[in-house]
Structure formats: structure tokens, C-alpha cells
Design a protein around this ligand. Structure first.
Ligand code: GLC
Ligand code: CA
Length: 545
């Protein structure tokens, strides 16, 4: 049985604003990415997920699209995009575009028309409701980024729904003309030679009839995994993807394992794979805001990811990630970015690249980029962070130092500081001051330094990717947890009927004995020099065969 291409490759995610600036305006762009094509190829990746590059007023950095078929001018032109596509394809890297179809920008022509009149033929392409009896919002749903999920349109006296910012009105998937227009747009991208879509919050698209009042999750509980989600995904697959080998990757917060398994079931897939959120929700109490961080333990992470490994084993498929543009930096969150930065970044990369599924490396994680601790809220750019600041220091009544400490831990801007290419000014990202300040640690942590250091996270990442590609057990082998109780060691096996790997990860700063039964195996790759020792050193990772 030959596996589809997207099951055997490693993916890399680019946040274009922060990757590389080619023209000195402080904003990353397509020509910047093109200038790094050989770097991307040198990693050994087979798929690139490009975060949105479409026209956008940038209320949410491109996740508010005003024209799905135009390129954001500060990123370049359609010709630049085509050159990127060709440059990737020439290097054997497939291009996956971001599809943001739960909502558009309020500046999209569809919404402008929808808003223009109650009898506009696009009125029903968005979700409009009259006010509640008291004149307030139609129900109690809350925006993910804070405040009510409804905005009053003065002219018509009606409210529109926006689960994200008020400049991101939710599209109405219940309207068949809208779906036709969306699918036609997607078909045009397919015709342009893309290799798939990563679908933003795709499990929010089916709102229940009548919407209803929210539960304790302020409406998310009602909007997530809605009643017609399967129908819409099936229709989309039929209309856009039938007969192609494109990959479809859902971003699915709050999707339970059984539904994810059903949706990615290879016997009748609606999506090829999906990103779940359970492991990135482990460091705050259930129901609490993400800003109220609590410690995360390795056993909790191990239990969660092992559950998804086992649950998707038979017929589903996992997208694997530890960080992305919405999350704190991987090494700061799951590792030790102070004492064992290099070792723990390597260990986490080992985990990511040895689990079953398609691994997604977020830009900068391959050099162990860490969280930034800006001095002032003025240095932050992300709308979610800025809204949280107002809430924490306002309604919650916290002092500035406390609020800033909370934000430093969880802000999405941790992942959005410029890619650190070198120790040159602005981290080698741009000749001008970037749109968001670089992490001051770039002098020591950058690609140029990592290239020069044989034992860097970067070189280790390349070795891991190469090993994965040539080791069937690491691509298609079953995952089996070998010890569910150990407080510090995560030991698991990946095995096919004819081959086996054991992965041993010491998630602690103290040495841990390797159980004797694995002592006879040989280490094919590890992050320390002494790979034969009977104990694993602090944050040591080994792949044993
Ligand atoms: C997704 C994106 C995030 C964005 C949100 C709204 O979660 O990854 O960056 O803010 O959807 O589009
Ligand atoms: Ca630029």
C-alpha cells in the first residue's frame, strides 16, 4: 500500500509577516520567502503551510480577508506568489494555502454588499439578527478575543455575528449561494497549482439553527462542531477536491477525539487530518482564560498526546504540532529555555518528529526560538493580546506588572517576532526596524550561528527529518506507550510488523536511568554525545533501534 504524499512528509509553517523582508519596509513578504527557498529545501521538508497572504486590512494579521483572490500588497503580487509556488515545486516542496472561510473581513465586497441593505441578495451570506427585546445583542455569545460576539449595524438596526474581532463577520454556510461562491474561489486556487488548504477554525462553520444562548463557554459551546459540519465538509470535498491528491487540514479547536477520528477516517474522509487543541489547553484550568496559566506537567502532555495517538491509530490521521503562530514558543512552554535551551529544544523536536502523524515545524522552532519578554504593552501588536491587556487591567483590576507577566507567558506575539536569521541588525530579517521588535536574544540564537555549530538544534532537526524519511517505523509504525507512569521519562515505541524504534525522552533536569530492557538497543540519533550511557542526562532524547 502506498501512502499519500502528505503522510510521509514533514511540514513547515511560515508566518509571512515575520519570516523575511526583501524590500526594507520591516514587513516580511513573498520575495523574502523566495530568498530562503534553499534554506527550506535544506531542512528536508516536503510541505509548506503558508499563513494568509491575501488582501486584508490586517485587523487580525491576515485572518481577516478582504479579497480571497488578491495578494496583500505589502506581501507582493500574484506573480511573486507564482514564483514562490514554482520555486517550492522545483525543490519538491508542496504548497498548502490558508483558507479562512468561517469569516471574512468586514471590508470584503461580500460583506459590504450584505451590510448595504436588508434586502441585498448577499444579506444572508452573513449572520444578521434583530436586537433582543431590550435592544441589546441577540444572545449572550462572546467573541474569542473578548466582548460580545455581536456588532450593531446602525443603518439597518440589526446585529451581525463575529466570533472573532468585529472586523471578522461570520459567513453563513447555511446559504447555498455563498457556499457555491466559496467553492468556486477554492477551485480557482486549485487551478493555480496549490497542493492543499489548511482550514482556519473549520469546525465553527455550522451554527445551530436559532443559535440559542451560550452555555458557560459563551456560545463557543454552541458554535463548535455544529449540526451540519459533516454535510458542509462533504460537499466541499466533493465540489473542490474530488479526483485530486490535494491535502485538507482542519484547524479544529474543541473537536473531540471521536469526531476527529470520524472526520479523518481514511475510508470516507471529510478532511485528511486536523489540529486538535487538547495539549495546548493543558496549562490553564478548564473554563479559565488562557492568561491564567497553570504549570503543565510532562505526564499530562504524555497522556493527552498518547490518547490522540491511540485514538487515531486505526483509520484517522493526526496533524502534529507543539507551536504555531497562535501559541507561545515550544521551548519556553514545554522545555527549559533558561538552563537547557538547546537540549530541551532538541528533545521537543525529537518528540514532534517521532510521533505518528504529519509533523508541522513552526518557523524558528528549528533554531530553538524562545518567548520574548517585552518591557511594555506598547511593544505588543496582536489584537488578542491588546484586548486581553484591557480586560486584565480593567475588568479584572490587575496591576500592570501582573498583567504583563501573564501576557509574556501566553501572547501570540511570542511566536510572531521576526525570524532570527543572523546577528546583524534586526536579526537579519530586514534592513529596517521590523513591524514587531525582534527578540533581543537574536545575537546568540540565529540561523547563521546554528549553521556554524555542528551540534545546533538546526542540524539536529535536519538529521531527524532525514531519519524519519528513511525509517518506515517512524512514518507508519504504530505508537505504543511503554511506561504510562514514569514522572520524567516518556518512553514509546513506533513499530511496523518488521521494524521498531524506541524513543526515550527525559523531560527533566536530572539524570534518569534508562530501563535495562532497552540497554541492548543501539542509539541511531540523540541530542547528547554519550549515547551509550545507562542514564539519560538532563533533557536527553534518544532514538533506539
Ligand atoms: C485561527 C488562526 C488565528 C486567528 C483565528 C481567527 O485560530 O490560527 O491566528 O486569529 O483563527 O481567524
Ligand atoms: Ca517587505
Amino acid at each position: 500500500m502506498t501512502l499519500p504524499w502528505w503522510k510521509t512528509c514533514v511540514a513547515y509553517q511560515i508566518y509571512p509577516r515575520s519570516f523575511c523582508d526583501s524590500n526594507g519596509d520591516g514587513v516580511g513578504d513573498l520575495r523574502g520567502i523566495i530568498s530562503k527557498l534553499d534554506y527550506l529545501a535544506s531542512l528536508g521538508i516536503g510541505m509548506l503551510w503558508l499563513c494568509p497572504v491575501y488582501a486584508s486590512p490586517n485587523d487580525d494579521n491576515g485572518y481577516d480577508i478582504s479579497d480571497y483572490e488578491a495578494i496583500q500588497p505589502e506581501f507582493g503580487t500574484l506573480e511573486d506568489w507564482a514564483a514562490l509556488r514554482d520555486g517550492l515545486h522545483a525543490r519538491g516542496i508542496r504548497l498548502v494555502m490558508d483558507l479562512v472561510a468561517n469569516h471574512s473581513s468586514d471590508e470584503h465586497a461580500w460583506f459590504v454588499e450584505s451590510r448595504a441593505a436588508k434586502d441585498s441578495d448577499k444579506r444572508d451570506w452573513y449572520i444578521w439578527r434583530p436586537p433582543a427585546a431590550d435592544g441589546g445583542p441577540p444572545n449572550d455569545w462572546q467573541s474569542v478575543f473578548g466582548g460580545p460576539a455581536w456588532e450593531l449595524d446602525e443603518a439597518s438596526g440589526e446585529y451581525y455575528l463575529h466570533l472573532f474581532t468585529r472586523k471578522q463577520p461570520d459567513l453563513n454556510w447555511a446559504n447555498p449561494q455563498f457556499r457555491d461562491a466559496l467553492f468556486a474561489m477554492m477551485q480557482r486556487w486549485v487551478a493555480l497549482g496549490i497542493d492543499g488548504f489548511r482550514m482556519d477554525v473549520i469546525n465553527l462553520i455550522s451554527k445551530p439553527d436559532g443559535l440559542g444562548q451560550g452555555g458557560n463557554e459563551g456560545g463557543m459551546d454552541r458554535a463548535l462542531n455544529g449540526p451540519r459540519l459533516r454535510d458542509y465538509l462533504a460537499e466541499m470535498r466533493h465540489e473542490v477536491f474530488a479526483g485530486t491528491d490535494l491535502v485538507t487540514i482542519g484547524e479544529t479547536p474543541g473537536m473531540p477525539l471521536d469526531l476527529a477520528r470520524e472526520i479523518t477516517d481514511e475510508r470516507a474522509p471529510l478532511l485528511d487530518m486536523q489540529f486538535h487543541f487538547e495539549h495546548v489547553d493543558l496549562d490553564h484550568a478548564p473554563g479559565a482564560s488562557k492568561w491564567d496559566s497553570t504549570p503543565m506537567t510532562m505526564p499530562a502532555l504524555r497522556a493527552t498526546l498518547s490518547r490522540w495517538q491511540a485514538g487515531m491509530e486505526a483509520h484517522g490521521w493526526n496533524s502534529l504540532y507543539l507551536g504555531n503562530h497562535d501559541q507561545p514558543r515550544t521551548v519556553s512552554r514545554y522545555g527549559d529555555d533558561v538552563r537547557y535551551r538547546r537540549e530541551s529544544a532538541m528533545l521537543l523536536m525529537t518528540l514532534l518528529l517521532t510521533l505518528k502523524g504529519t509533523p508541522f515545524i513552526y518557523q524558528g522552532d528549528e533554531i530553538g526560538m524562545a518567548n520574548v519578554a517585552f518591557d511594555s504593552i506598547d511593544d505588543y501588536r496582536d489584537i488578542e493580546t491588546l484586548n486581553a491587556w484591557r480586560w486584565l487591567t480593567g475588568e479584572r483590576g490587575l496591576d500592570a506588572a501582573t498583567a504583563l507577566a501573564m501576557i509574556r507567558k501566553k501572547s501570540r506575539d511570542n511566536a510572531r517576532t521576526p525570524m532570527q536569521w543572523s546577528a546583524a541588525p534586526n536579526a537579519g530579517f530586514s534592513s529596517a526596524p521590523p513591524w514587531i521588535a525582534p527578540n533581543p536574544d537574536y545575537a546568540d540564537h540565529n540561523v547563521a550561528a546554528a549553521e556554524a555549530e555542528p551540534d545546533s538544534v538546526l542540524h539536529y532537526t535536519r538529521r531527524l527529518i532525514a531519519l524519519r524519511a528513511q525509517t518506515p517505523a517512524l512514518t507508519c509504525g504504530h505508537y505504543r506507550l511503554l511506561d504510562a507512569e514514569h514522572p520524567a521519562l516518556w518512553l514509546f515505541e513506533r513499530a511496523t510488523p518488521s521494524s521498531r524504534c524506541v524513543i526515550a525522552l527525559n523531560f527533566s533536569a536530572t539524570a534518569q536511568a534508562l530501563p535495562a530492557e532497552f540497554g541492548t538497543l543501539s542509539c541511531v540519533l540523540g541530542n547528547t554525545a554519550d549515547r551509550a550511557a545507562e542514564t539519560l542526562a538532563a533533557w536527553e532524547a534518544r532514538i533506539l533501534i
